[in-house]
Design a protein around this ligand. Structure first.
Ligand code: FAD
Length: 450
């Protein structure tokens, strides 16, 4: 649909609000799908503390990064995850057996890649600045939205105004766009916090991510390039704070003890941060010209690495639906397009919020029957091949339709199908699932976990 002149201002087909990873990816996805888009976001201020977290991104998310031309910039910072090991460290009477899922169980070379947030956001910003179909509106926050049958009018804190048919709300868990659209939320908090850091270790991880299931919550190590891993350790809030402020040597000793020699001796520890755990769902997922993307639509504890994977699926889905509406000459922010988006995202989002909630509560529950059911569930996964494969696949990607931008055969309007490594021409080592790497610790396990 061509830009529509309003007198207020030219109404663009789409505006994205929010410069986190979900918003930046949504803006690029829309622009690469041929939808003229503005992005209301500001790059991190110089000297702002870096985001030291990493995100385990599964195959669909990696394909999105390939298809929007970002993978080359991120691949060198990322490490493949070829296997996931679950260890019951609850110390209870009914401990579940140790269970490993290999990517080969799901017919893949790697489940996905562990990507540092900062490298991802830096690469997204560079691509946003270079994208001709994207107008960056930086320097001020959105303060008001008013929607009518024709358009949404957006006002920024410095008085600038713009209008768009579709508002993609990627403005985080306290989303102003969501509130302006009258979308209801349900939110809750857990008596837990996640402590994160990166750390070096003497033994190779062999591309295996390990989850120790403990009563306070899981302790997860996720491979990084070389002999290094990232840590997400869920604890009661007071314990997380205590661990965060421990002197480095004491923290290192404690972590080494916890990991029971799994990764050998622990070396340098990166900056530590603690994140209180909470949950949020929104209903409906789109309304009054506003479509929710990322944490504006769902907040989920960092267990099972689902949050940003969901946010990227939101981004790819809204881009596809908006591009189809624009191509038909329809309104990309009208009820038909918004209903299609809400329907497409409902099951994926609600099932994951629910599953992560149940898994987390089963760990922290003191009730024996709950532990029995959890232990029996994990034992069944160990035994039953098809069930195990189904669980692995469903954990990685929803069983429904995959958005075009997350498929291998994606073609940008008027362009050729994107190929991993296209931008650099000949770097086959950049291909997801193809990074054989040259260090033992980097290698997707060819013969399963060590
Ligand atoms: C410890 C931890 C580990 C995690 N690990 C994983 C993992 O392994 N895999 C995974 O998939 N996910 C993981 N996640 C989840 C992932 O980090 C989040 O899903 C993701 O960061 C959310 O991104 P977002 O863009 O939706 O929100 P945000 O990053 O919160 O971005 C929102 C943006 O909107 C901007 N904004 C807000 N209001 C306005 C306004 N009025 N005007 C303009 N801009 C505005 C903000 O400044 C911000 O830039 C983890 C989370 C935690 C806490």
């Amino acid at each position: 649909m061509p830009a529509h002149h309003t007198g207020f201002e030219t109404a663009l087909p789409a505006v994205v609000v929010g410069g986190g990873p979900a918003g930046l990816a949504a803006a690029l996805a829309l622009a690469r799908s041929g939808v003229e888009t503005a992005l209301v976001a500001s790059p991190p201020a110089a000297g702002a503390p870096p985001d030291t977290r990493t995100a385990a991104l599964f195959a669909g998310s990696i394909r999105l990064l390939v298809n929007i031309g970002l993978w080359d910039a991120v691949a060198g910072h990322a490490a493949p995850i070829a296997a996931i090991r679950l260890v019951d460290d609850t110390g209870g009477l009914l401990r579940a057996p140790e269970t490993s899922f290999t990517a080969r169980d799901a017919g893949l070379e790697a489940f996905g890649y562990n990507v540092p947030n900062q490298a991802l956001v830096d690469a997204l910003w560079e691509a946003v600045r270079a994208e001709p179909g994207l107008r960056l509106v930086a320097g001020s926050l959105l303060v008001e939205i008013k929607a009518d049958a024709e358009r949404a009018r957006l006002t920024l804190g410095d008085g600038r105004q713009l209008a768009a048919r579709l508002v993609v709300a990627a403005d985080g868990r306290k989303s102003l766009c969501r509130a302006a659209a009258g979308i209801a939320t349900r939110s809750w908090s857990y008596d837990q916090a996640a402590l994160t850091c990166t750390f070096a270790h003497s033994r190779p991880h062999h591309a295996v991510s390990t989850e120790l299931h403990r009563n306070a919550g899981p302790l997860t190590t996720v491979p990084m390039p070389g002999r290094a891993s990232s840590l997400v350790r869920v604890e009661r809030p007071a314990a997380a704070e205590r661990l965060k402020s421990l002197p480095e040597a004491a923290f290192r000793d404690e972590l080494e003890r916890r990991l029971q020699g799994l990764l050998g001796s622990i070396g340098e520890i990166g900056p530590r941060a603690a994140f209180p755990l909470s949950g949020l769902t929104a209903e409906p997922f789109a309304q009054s010209r506003v479509a929710l993307v990322g944490e504006a639509g769902h907040v989920i504890p960092p267990i099972g690495a689902q949050g940003l994977n969901l946010g990227l699926r939101d981004a790819a889905t809204i881009a596809e639906i908006a591009a189809a509406a624009v191509a038909r000459g329809d309104d990309p922010g009208g009820p038909q397009a918004l209903d299609a988006y809400a329907r497409a995202r409902r099951i994926d989002v609600t099932s994951r919020v629910w599953t992560v909630d149940v898994l987390n509560r089963s760990l922290i529950s003191g009730l024996l029957p709950v532990h029995m059911v959890r232990g029996a569930g994990i034992a069944a996964l160990n035994l039953l091949g098809p069930l195990r494969r189904a669980v692995v696949r469903e954990g990685l990607e929803p069983s429904g339709p995959v958005p075009a931008l997350m498929r291998d055969d994606f073609r940008a309007p008027g362009g050729a199908a994107a190929r991993p490594g296209d931008r650099s021409g000949d770097r086959s080592g950049d291909r997801p699932g193809d990074r054989s790497g040259d260090r033992a610790g980097d290698r997707p396990a060819a013969s399963g976990p060590a």
